[in-house]
Design a protein around this ligand. Structure first.
Ligand code: SIN
Length: 330
């Protein structure tokens, strides 16, 4: 069985504390690797991953042992999905914006302003259409165990952003999503897809001018330190697919599989119940650490919505009008 303990790690150009799990699986236990790209101690994905490992390691003690690899220390964005199919890792929780090579349907989560807030996003993920999307890549061999919410997203840049025209001509780091790229282009800015692990360095060296992310990522990765400020745009929701491979799941004995799935479900519920508090805590942490947050008035917010709304139409065919309507209705 593994224990969770805090360690200090120097990664990229920043130093921060994160939790890791000691490599002390007992002989005979099946080692299961959970890899993800986020860090810090207060990040919802870090907390959920560690909770999942702690539960499995206690309740399936002697049978299965989960090792958590945070901060892209095992696999980063570009390799993790391939690694899952190859059996080099068994559990991941990638952002829903990173599946474009496998399915276009999940692009619905990236449509700007489709969810008013995280509650609307959760209503959608709990709906029939949302639940069906969990299995949108079963032909590839991916199994969705649950959606882990992360937070609404906000733009930051090396200059104040209050209306979309403030972003004109700037370069913004985005995830690999085509929808995100189109959204940045609709602002008259230039999208630069890049792995999460490279964002801090790219902002610091001005390879890009800005980025978009949740309070938890902006705080735990210290993006606010190398930006003029963050604007509370609430333009998208970031959520993760807690996932495994069909091959791994099929390899478990039925009773072990049932316990494993029950723990995954309970940890998912617990994570989503506490995500808003984690986001609020990390927003406050940014302010405490000297970061600047700008809010929008109604007119400024409307200007962002108007600039980005045409993106929906662009992706209607590949995402599906029915899926977009179900998400918008939630
Ligand atoms: C993550 O939260 O897993 C990463 C999000 C990003 O790449 O911006």
């Amino acid at each position: 069985m593994k224990k969770i303990f805090p360690i200090v790690s120097a990664i990229a150009m920043t130093v921060f504390t994160h939790t890791a799990i000691a490599n002390d699986c007992d002989k005979g236990e099946r080692v299961v690797k959970l890899s993800h790209v986020t860090g810090g101690t207060t990040h919802p994905k870090v907390v959920a991953s560690n909770n999942f490992a702690a539960r499995v390691n206690k309740e399936l003690n002697g049978i299965m042992c989960v090792e958590v690899y945070p901060n892209s220390t095992l696999f980063g964005d570009s390799k993790e999905l391939e690694a899952l199919l190859l059996g080099d890792v068994q559990l991941l929780a990638p952002s829903l914006s990173k599946f474009g090579s496998y399915t276009k349907k999940l692009g619905v989560f990236d449509l700007p302003f489709i969810f008013k807030d995280m509650d609307a996003g959760m209503r959608f993920t709990n709906s029939k259409v949302g639940k069906d999307l969990l299995n949108s890549m079963d032909k590839v061999g991916f199994v969705g165990l649950g959606y882990w919410m992360s937070g609404m997203k906000y733009f930051s840049a090396n200059k104040p952003l209050l209306v979309p025209s403030d972003a004109k001509g700037l370069k913004f780091r985005v995830q690999t999503s085509d929808v995100a790229k189109a959204m940045i282009a609709a602002m008259g800015a230039s999208p630069q897809p890049m792995a999460f692990a490279e964002v801090y360095g790219a902002l610091q060296t001005k390879v890009v001018d800005g980025q978009e992310n949740t309070w938890s990522n902006i705080y735990t990765k210290k993006f606010f330190e190398v930006q003029d400020g963050v604007t509370e745009t609430n333009h998208q929701m970031l959520a993760y697919l807690f996932m495994t491979s069909k091959e791994f799941l099929d390899s478990l004995k039925p009773d072990v599989r049932a316990k494993f799935l029950k723990i995954a479900d309970e940890v998912t519920q617990e994570a989503n119940n506490s995500v808003k508090a984690a986001e609020a805590e990390n927003r406050a942490n940014i302010l405490k650490a000297g970061g600047k947050i700008r809010t929008l008035n109604n007119e400024q917010r409307k200007a962002w919505i108007d600039a980005m709304k045409p993106v929906w139409k662009q992706f209607e065919d590949e995402i599906g009008k029915d899926v977009i309507e179900a998400a918008a209705k939630s």
